[in-house]
Ligand binder design. Structure first.
Ligand SMILES: NC(=O)C1=CN([C@@H]2O[C@H](COP(=O)(O)OP(=O)(O)OC[C@H]3O[C@@H](n4cnc5c(N)ncnc54)[C@H](OP(=O)(O)O)[C@@H]3O)[C@@H](O)[C@H]2O)C=CC1
Ligand SMILES: O=C(O)[C@@H]1CCC=N1
Length: 263
């Protein structure tokens, strides 16, 4: 099985890294194309994959990942659509491009897997949602799932959920990094050296996320476990409530989903 990546930036690197490390596909079977050469030289040195500046070469693969920015999608699709055959699978990772819009852009029946990954894929802790059009068989879906699982977890969702996914896992690493940065600022204010503060904040977030995933307990219940009566935590929780922490997160996510829909 040959894989092609068109656009060799952050997300393509994250995915290639996971796929190569988990040995789902050999580096020799992967080709990446990019507009400029430095990104390709770096990827070739890091993973031992084939590289090219010609997108049409990468588009010859059995499974072709479109890893360019959303505004470049129309140009790249136009460039490769004539050569695409109905036994290849095209995987998209950009927000807002519905299966219907993609089918129209290709102008002929093609197998499509619409996904929304996230950057923690770089450390094999990605969360990817995917949905397919009706031309993709169950066996092919399983094949793609294996690839998506190589850089974290993946789940199939109905297409209407893809904009919510953009907000809850595609973009959310940015909000979490803001939280970590703010927590580190707080510790620095209390006298902790910056690097140590970042380490403590990040490990607390990692551990908390692991608790949610591994215990299966409701986040509210886990929060209650930390709040001792008349203790320190409930003081912090009260301030977060007063400052509208939850409402701010909900509003931020609504803005993100709205933007994803409008792309
Ligand atoms: N970053 C994120 O957190 C997430 C991103 N996404 C989606 O992933 C996609 C890629 O994002 P990301 O990896 O962050 O972006 P990057 O900017 O890191 O990567 C895009 C790459 O595409 C290359 N490129 C630009 N134009 C062309 C072209 N015409 N032909 C071939 N290559 C081209 C760029 O090359 P050059 O350097 O030469 O310009 C660049 O290396 C986007 O659609 C984004 O919405 C999805 C989920 C999460
Ligand atoms: O900000 C963006 O548009 C992309 C999509 C999800 C994460 N980054």
């Amino acid at each position: 099985m040959k894989l092609g990546f068109i656009g060799c930036g952050n997300m393509a690197n994250a995915m290639i890294n996971g796929i190569v490390a988990s040995q789902v596909v050999k580096p020799d079977e992967i080709i990446a194309s990019n507009r400029s050469m430095p990104a390709l030289e770096k990827a070739q040195a890091a993973y031992g994959i084939h590289v090219t500046q010609n997108n049409n070469e990468a588009a010859e693969a059995d499974i072709v990942f479109l890893c360019v920015k959303p505004k470049v999608y129309p140009e790249v699709i136009k460039q490769i659509r004539d050569q695409m055959t109905d036994d290849q699978i095209i995987v998209t990772i950009a927000p807002g491009f519905t299966l219907e819009a993609l089918e129209n852009a290709f102008g002929k029946p093609v197998k499509l897997v619409r996904t929304m990954p996230n950057t923690p894929a770089m450390v094999s802790e990605g969360m990817t949602a995917f949905t397919t059009n009706e031309l993709v068989s169950r066996a092919e879906t399983e094949q793609v799932k294996k690839l998506l699982n190589a850089f974290g977890r993946c789940e199939e969702v109905e297409e209407f959920m893809m904009d919510a996914v953009t907000s809850v896992s595609g973009s959310s690493p940015a909000y979490v990094y803001m939280m970590i940065e703010a927590m580190a600022d707080g510790a620095v204010r209390d006298g902790m050296p910056r690097a140590q503060a970042v380490r403590f904040a990040a490990q607390a977030v990692l551990g908390s996320a692991k608790m949610v995933l591994e215990t299966g307990r409701h986040p509210g219940e886990l929060k209650d476990m930390v709040c001792s009566p008349a203790g320190t935590t409930i003081e912090a929780v009260a301030v977060l409530e007063e400052k509208g922490f939850r409402a701010a997160v909900l509003d931020a996510m609504a803005a993100c989903t709205k933007k994803a829909k409008g792309k």
